[in-house]
Write a protein of this length. Structure first.
Length: 271
């Protein structure tokens, strides 16, 4: 009955609100986790990634600059190059003897160009950057030993740089010396401009005690020719011998001297 109904039992405080909060908690947590994953992925891709096998900035121009900036800097550096002068040792004064002492070879680059020189060969070359000079030697077992740094600065028109080598040869003959000049971009390996090599030929003399070396060389040449053409030489010898024998057989025989053949006279003498 209605009169006996007592008051409702008290509910635990906050029980209904806690069920509502629990039912909506999962979507917000999943969304937060998804945002964190996406943010981490963007950071990973934007930083180059340590797990992609490439260091950050790989494939980019030196210094981490952009490609366009790098191209502009190279173009500007090339425009700053100017004409200098290359002076080198004359090959006529380079007296090389087989097995003898090394001879000095010098190359110098001046920041300014002048048409006159102290008798040494000179030519127009590139200047206005870090310059590298190389000497390449070939032939007759020749050796070129550098005595200075390969790269030096010739930045202004008042600058000059000198390169030195020791040149020696072990055999007599002809050697080739080639000088190559290269302009680099700052202190990197990027080539701004490389000129075609300047080439010269030098005769290496035989040692003083071997004045008749040419006779030895000629005899070796003849011996090699005989060895390589040995079969032909034997064939020619046989042909010549056969021709001599045939010539002797075909020559007319010599008849008896007059008055010595009395055979017919004796038989026809009357008794």
């Amino acid at each position: 009955m209605a009169g006996r109904e007592g008051p409702e039992p008290p509910h635990a405080p906050g029980s209904a609100p806690s069920r509502g909060l629990g039912s909506g908690c999962f979507p917000w947590t999943a969304l937060a986790v998804l945002i964190a994953l996406v943010s981490g992925l963007f950071l990973f891709l934007g930083g180059g990634g340590a797990g992609n096998g490439r260091p950050p900035g790989s494939g980019q121009p030196p210094g981490g600059i952009g490609q366009k900036t790098y191209v502009d800097e190279i173009d500007e550096a090339r425009q700053q190059l100017f004409k200098g002068e290359l002076v080198r040792t004359s090959t006529k004064s380079l007296h090389l003897v087989a097995g003898g002492d090394p001879q000095p070879f010098r190359a110098q680059i001046l920041g300014s160009w002048s048409s006159h020189g102290p008798g040494e060969p000179h030519a127009s070359t590139v200047a206005g950057a870090q310059i590298g000079v190389r000497l390449h030697c070939s032939g007759a077992q020749v050796r070129c030993t550098p005595l200075s740094s390969e790269r030096q600065n010739v930045i202004s028109k008042t600058d000059k740089a000198t390169w030195l080598w020791d040149v020696s040869a072990k055999k007599a003959g002809t050697v080739t010396l080639s000088v190559t000049v290269t302009a680099y971009y700052r202190d990197s390996d990027t080539v701004l401009l490389e000129q075609p090599p300047t080439t010269a030929h030098v005769e290496v003399a035989a040692p003083p005690g071997d004045r008749f070396a040419w006779v030895t060389q000629a005899w070796r040449w003849i011996s090699d020719a005989i060895t390589s053409l040995g079969g032909l030489a034997v064939s020619l010898t046989g042909v010549i011998t056969l021709a001599v024998i045939i010539g002797r057989r075909m020559s007319p025989a010599t008849g008896p001297e007059p008055g010595n053949d009395n055979t017919d006279a004796d038989s026809n003498t009357p008794s």
